[in-house]
Write a protein that binds this ligand. Structure first.
Ligand code: NOJ
Length: 537
């Protein structure tokens, strides 16, 4: 790998879901103070950067994705001064910092939306959002048939009769990106944080900013152009953002959360004059199946290379069931993002852990960058039995209690000790963690796993640190080697081979000089089913 390639082409980025990472002030919610205290842990883990979920001032109707002020840190998490200290300290540890930016919508408590509510229908204050009169003789029908991602109609009616659009919760009104003030405001927000030292941004719902101005009904069945997702005009915005990032020194970079129908459409986000990288959700959605995974890997690499963008790989995040639990079923369902993930069959935790270990070695050996979602390095499972009374994700209410939502992957991390809060909060904490932690997590704490060679944490540490130093890993290409059905084998130059055995039979390791790391013991040169190994050649 060229040493002059920008960092974002090969970085491993650790996702900090801040409210569940580490609680510094004892109020049961993770915060900047907690994160600062754990920077040495992240440094020793061997990651390159941190993506921090929204930390801005917010009424928290959607875990902070409802932002009331993009230039303030929510008091739950800290202050702007603390954020600046965090950025400086992270940089001191060689870790870059990428906050989330949420440009598709604001909170209903944002000054602009409050001004819009106080103004009359048709007023300039309402033009920064998407307000429309209703349909039907007395306007009681929503302006069109769009539905909210969280369930129910995408429109809410105000007492004055006007309706406003929210592709997510009603507390998250969509901004009107045809309005110049919206564009200027976000450019100013980006500058505000870039000048405080952030290394880039993760762009929430990057594919949703532009709506068809005619707001047509969503037609039934397949349609050529979606009226509000992945519209071509969105790339104009990101061309400007790329130029803006380049005004600052030090390779600032964007990563798009963009859901597209095809890898071709995704590649359009990461052209040379567009964003730097985008999440590749196809990898996360794939089942535990060698053909499925290989197709996703090949399609992603082929298409991204046409625009000279690096691939990114991700197995879990704060929106989907943790992969140790997805993979812990005999049959791993392919996930479709328009539906909640519904696992089939009984959880076999040992199977899930085995596959999660193998998946980590696969992901970290692929060309490009990778994302590690906090807790996956501890092998955390989804908490599938949270009592209904504690569920906080708006999806639970909006779905009429048919979809439990995403709280199960957001449970606060276990750091140390034998019982909750497992070091998540300090000893003298005034409140319990905001979601209850399972009683059987004492063996999963970072402390319990540290130094245990067989633990998930030490597997991640070993692999991440090897990846850092190995000249074959990171950006560049791979070559598939012949292998029987169910086994993935690829080499990377110089001198590296990765083997993943998804078949039901032990597989004899191909030629090698040493085993760099394996997800389980290799006996008589055989790699057991659901295991992976990195080999030196
Ligand atoms: C995607 C984020 O990842 C998710 O957590 C959030 O609910 C929606 N965007 C809305 O902002």
């Amino acid at each position: 790998m060229s040493t002059t390639a920008p960092w974002w082409r090969s970085a491993v980025i650790y996702q900090v879901y801040i409210r569940s990472f580490a609680d510094g002030n004892g109020d049961g919610v993770g915060d900047i103070a907690g994160l600062r205290s754990r920077l040495p842990y992240l440094k020793s883990l061997g990651v390159d950067a941190l993506w921090i979920n929204p930390w801005y001032k917010s009424p928290m109707a959607d875990g902070g994705y409802d932002v009331a002020d993009f230039r303030e840190i929510d008091p739950l998490f800290g202050t702007v001064a603390e954020a600046e200290q965090l950025i400086e300290e992270a940089h001191g540890h060689g870790l870059r910092v990428i906050p989330d930016i949420v440009p598709n919508h604001t909170s209903d408590q944002h000054a602009w939306f409050r001004a819009a509510l106080a103004a009359r229908p048709g007023s300039p204050e309402r033009e920064r959002y998407v307000f429309r009169p209703g349909r039907g003789p007395d306007g009681t029908q929503p302006p069109n048939n769009w539905v909210s991602v969280f369930g129910g109609p995408a429109w809410t009616r105000l007492p004055d009769g006007d309706w406003y659009l929210h592709l997510f919760a009603p507390e998250q009104p969509d901004l009107n990106w045809q309005h110049p003030e919206v564009r200027e405001e976000f450019e100013s927000i980006l500058r505000f944080w870039f000048s405080r030292g952030v290394d880039g941004f993760r762009i929430d719902v990057a594919h949703g900013l532009i709506k068809d101005p005619a707001l047509p009904d969503l037609p039934p069945g397949p349609h050529a152009r979606h009226p509000h997702w992945d519209r071509d005009e969105v790339h104009d915005i990101f061309r400007t953002w790329r130029r803006l990032a380049a005004e600052f020194d030090g390779d600032r970079a964007f990563v798009a959360e963009a859901w597209t129908d095809t890898p071709e459409r995704l590649a359009a986000y990461v052209r040379e004059d567009g964003l730097h990288t985008a999440f590749n959700f196809d990898f996360l959605m794939a089942s535990w199946d060698s053909k499925d995974l290989r197709t996703v890997i090949d399609d992603s690499l082929t298409l991204l290379s046409t625009v000279d963008a690096p691939a990114t790989w991700v197995l879990s995040n704060h929106d989907v069931m943790r992969h140790a639990s997805r993979y812990g079923r005999k049959k791993v369902t392919r996930w479709s993002p328009t539906e909640p993930y519904r696992p089939e069959g009984v959880l076999d935790p040992a199977l899930g852990t085995r596959r999660a270990r193998a998946a980590a070695l696969l992901m970290l050996a692929l060309p490009g960058g990778a994302y590690v979602y906090q807790g996956e390095e501890l092998g955390l499972p989804e908490v599938e039995d949270l009592p209904e009374s504690v569920l906080q994700d708006p999806i639970w209410e909006r779905s009429g209690h048919t979809d439990r939502g995403r709280d199960g992957c957001r449970v606060p991390l276990p750091w140390s000790g034998r019982s909750a809060p497992y070091g998540f909060s300090p000893d003298n904490a005034s409140a319990a963690p905001w979601l209850p932690q399972p009683a059987d997590w004492s063996e999963r704490t970072a402390q319990a796993q540290t130094g245990d060679k067989a633990s998930m944490l030490e597997l991640y540490r070993t692999a991440l640190n090897l990846r850092r130093d190995h000249p074959a890993l990171g950006d560049s290409t791979l070559t598939w080697l012949d292998s029987p059905e169910g086994v993935l084998v690829f080499s990377r130059t110089p001198g590296f081979t990765c083997v993943v055995n998804l078949s039901g039979e032990p597989y004899p390791l191909p030629e090698h000089t040493s085993v760099l790391v394996s997800s389980g013991p290799v006996q008589d040169g055989l790699l057991a089913p659901d295991h992976a190994a990195w080999l030196a050649r």
